[in-house]
Write a protein that binds this ligand. Structure first.
Ligand code: SAM
Ligand code: SF4
Length: 348
């Protein structure tokens, strides 16, 4: 089938699903995560070092180029796009890209969403809704403003609460993401759960992954979610449910609150068999797996010509290299992370 869905500038017509992306293990790639910037207004201790060296601004793809790349992926069968970072809402003029991508929701794209730390949300929430964003993920690891400052180094808890209020007022559904950190927020999880569910939000907890050099010792921070779950089961009734968001979380229903709780367990349970996603960085590098170093440079193909054929060929070639799964193992001999780049490069 060769259905025309539009053109970009003078570029060749895009075709819908002309060549759907099926990787060597038979998995269809339908989900693109785009890290629109590696910069952030926080410095979460598990994510970044305090003194980070960011990419020179000149290396970044323009928002128009990111739009063209995303459109190529939509033409190749991507149904869901998540903007992430770094902090996506600190990229200058980011709402231009949100609007352009939002226009494709319903014509090729099923969903446009983002993952944010919430710090800039109060001023963008209404416009996000207006652009077609209906669900977002907000990262929140604690409800204690002092602990929040400690874990984010630079974050202001009150601003994030304002962001949550504004997004809910605008009609955007929220899922909270919390990284489970041993000795930091494990005891607080019941409160986070009651807070999220009390406000109609799902909560997902995530195991820390060894990505990028940070100042802390990751082996000190790591908390297997099996432990957290066992602890929660002493206070709550957790009922396994089939709910799927297209992501790697396994969900339970919490009988006492009626809300949903998700577990993302990259370290203790390998969720790669159903992986449907690839990750694009703000410089046009495509990572076929969060937990592997292999990548494809799409910027060269993007800039070589306005004809999308080269770009589509580069994407096809990259998909043939999507690996079976990740391999997050901390190199304990050298105390080095398994993956040298920080999460903020590929956006989690
Ligand atoms: N700045 C945005 C935010 O914090 O939501 C988007 C980017 S952030 C890299 C995306 C998610 O990755 C956040 O939920 C964050 O908590 C999580 N994350 C960052 N570093 C991580 C790590 N080493 N292991 C597990 N999750 C991590
Ligand atoms: Fe920034 Fe998100 Fe990383 Fe925290 S987790 S430093 S908010 S990119």
């Amino acid at each position: 089938m060769n259905t025309r869905v539009g053109t970009i500038g003078n570029a060749a017509p895009l075709t819908a699903n002309a060549h759907p992306m099926i990787d060597p293990f038979g998995r269809a790639v339908t989900y693109l995560r785009v890290s629109v910037t590696d910069r952030c207004d926080f410095r979460c201790t598990y994510c970044m070092a305090e003194n980070m060296t960011f990419l020179p601004k000149k290396d970044l793809l323009t928002l128009e180029e990111l739009d063209r790349l995303c459109s190529a992926f939509i033409a190749k069968g991507v149904k869901k796009i998540r903007l992430t970072g770094g902090e996506p809402l600190v990229r200058k003029n980011i709402m231009y890209l949100v609007r352009r991508l939002g226009e494709k929701v319903g014509s090729g794209l099923d969903e446009l969403t983002l993952t944010t730390n919430g710090s800039q949300l109060s001023r963008h929430a209404e416009e996000l809704y207006d652009c077609g964003v209906r669900r977002i993920n907000i990262s929140l690891d604690t409800l204690d403003p002092d602990k929040f400052r400690k874990i984010t180094r630079w974050g202001d808890f009150a601003k994030v609460m304002e962001g949550i209020d504004a997004a809910q007022k605008a009609g955007i559904r929220i899922k909270l993401n919390a990284v489970a950190l041993k000795g930091f927020n494990d005891a607080e999880m019941p409160d986070l759960l009651r807070f999220a569910h009390g406000r109609g939000m799902d909560l997902t907890v995530i195991e820390t992954m060894p990505m990028g050099e940070i100042e802390e010792d990751r082996t000190d921070q790591y908390l297997p979610l099996s432990e957290l779950r066992a602890d929660l089961e002493r206070r709550f009734t957790l009922v396994d449910i089939d709910y799927q968001t297209g992501g790697p979380a396994r969900y339970v229903r919490v009988a006492e609150t009626g809300g949903r709780l998700g577990f993302i367990t990259p370290m203790t349970h390998n969720f790669c068999e159903s992986c449907n996603r690839v990750r694009l960085t703000c410089t046009g590098t495509l990572y076929m797996c969060l937990g592997q170093n292999d990548a494809a440079d799409l910027r060269a193909a993007l800039r070589a010509t306005e004809d999308n054929a080269l770009l589509h060929a580069a994407i096809d070639e990259a998909i043939t290299r999507k690996p079976k799964g990740h391999d997050f193992i901390i190199d304990r001999t050298h105390n080095r992370p398994a993956v040298a780049r920080h999460m903020s490069v590929t956006g989690g």
